[in-house]
Design a binder for this molecule. Structure first.
Ligand SMILES: C[S@@+](CC[C@H](N)C(=O)[O-])C[C@H]1O[C@@H](n2cnc3c(N)ncnc32)[C@H](O)[C@@H]1O
Length: 218
C-alpha cells in the first residue's frame, strides 16, 4: 500500500541517506513504513515507549508484509538499540526536553550513531545544545510551520563544533534562513501589536532584542 506523509514527515524522510534507520517514538509507524516501502532505507527499527502506539506500527508492517525490514521494539528512548546498530536515528514529534533527555542518556550510556535526524516541537535550543555535547555537528537546521505549529528539523553527523549563543537559540543557519526571517518578522509584529494595546517594559525589551537579531540577518 503506498503511503503519503505530511509535509513535516516528508522533509524528515528526504534527509535519510539510505542504510539502517531507527525511528524512535514511531507511534503510527508511517515514517518507518514509508522509508522501507520506497527503498529510502535498507531496514528500520521502529520503537516506542507506549505498547499501544507500537502496536499500530506493528500492524502497519504486518498488513503490508514488510516485517523482514521493519522491526518493532518497545522501550524508552535509545534503550532498545545498541551502539551503532543503525546508521541514522530519527526522533520526531516529541518535545525538545524529551529529545535532549534521550540524547543525554545515550551519551551517558556511551551509545553512538553516525547521524541523528531530530524534530522537536518545542525547545529546539535544548536539542541544539545537547547535539554539540554528543560530539555531533548540525548539517541541516530549519523551521517548518504546519497548521500554526512550529517544528524544527535537524540533521547531524559526527564531528565537533561550537555554536554561539544566537545559533543555539535561533538556529545554526538563522542568518541566512528564509523561514527564520519569516518567523522573526511575525514574532515582532505580534509582540508590537500586544505592546500597542498593553505596554510592558519586559515585552518592549524582547521586541528590541528581536529587532537587533533581525538587523544581523543576511
Ligand atoms: C506525537 S508522537 C510522534 C510520532 C512520530 N514520530 C511523528 O513524528 O509523527 C510521539 C510518540 O513518541 C512516543 N514517546 C514519547 N516519549 C518517548 C520516549 N521517551 N521514548 C520512546 N518513545 C516515546 C509516544 O508514545 C508517541 O507515540
Amino acid at each position: 500500500m503506498p503511503i503519503r506523509l505530511d509535509e513535516r514527515l516528508t522533509l524528515i524522510a528526504s534527509l535519510v541517506d539510505y542504510g539502517k534507520v531507527a525511528d524512535v517514538g514511531c507511534d503510527h509507524g508511517k515514517l518507518a513504513y514509508y522509508l522501507v516501502s520506497t527503498d529510502r532505507a535498507s531496514s528500520v527499527i521502529a520503537t516506542d515507549v507506549s505498547a499501544p502506539s507500537l502496536q499500530k506500527a506493528k500492524e502497519l508492517a504486518l498488513e503490508n508484509g514488510v516485517m523482514d525490514v521493519m522491526n518493532t521494539r518497545l522501550g524508552d528512548g535509545l534503550e532498545p538499540l545498541v551502539s551503532r546498530e543503525v546508521d541514522t536515528v530519527v526522533i520526531a514529534g516529541l518535545g525538545g526536553d524529551v529529545i535532549s533527555g534521550i540524547l543525554e542518556k545515550a551519551r551517558e550510556d556511551k551509545k553512538e550513531f553516525a547521524h541523528f535526524i531530530l524534530s522537536p516541537n518545542t525547545h529546539a535550543e535544548k536539542v541544539r545544545a545537547e547535539i554539540a555535547r554528543c560530539g555531533h555537528k548540525i548539517t541541516f537546521d530549519d523551521m517548518l510551520v504546519v497548521a500554526g505549529k512550529t517544528y524544527t528539523v535537524f540533521k547531524t553527523e559526527e564531528s565537533e563544533e561550537a555554536l554561539d549563543k544566537n545559533q543555539i537559540r535561533y538556529g545554526k543557519f538563522f542568518k541566512t534562513s528564509e523561514s527564520f526571517k519569516a518567523w522573526i518578522e511575525k514574532e515582532i509584529a505580534e509582540k508590537k501589536n500586544i505592546l500597542s494595546k498593553n505596554y510592558s517594559e519586559d515585552l518592549s525589551r524582547k521586541v528590541k532584542d528581536l529587532e537587533d537579531i533581525k538587523s544581523t540577518l543576511e
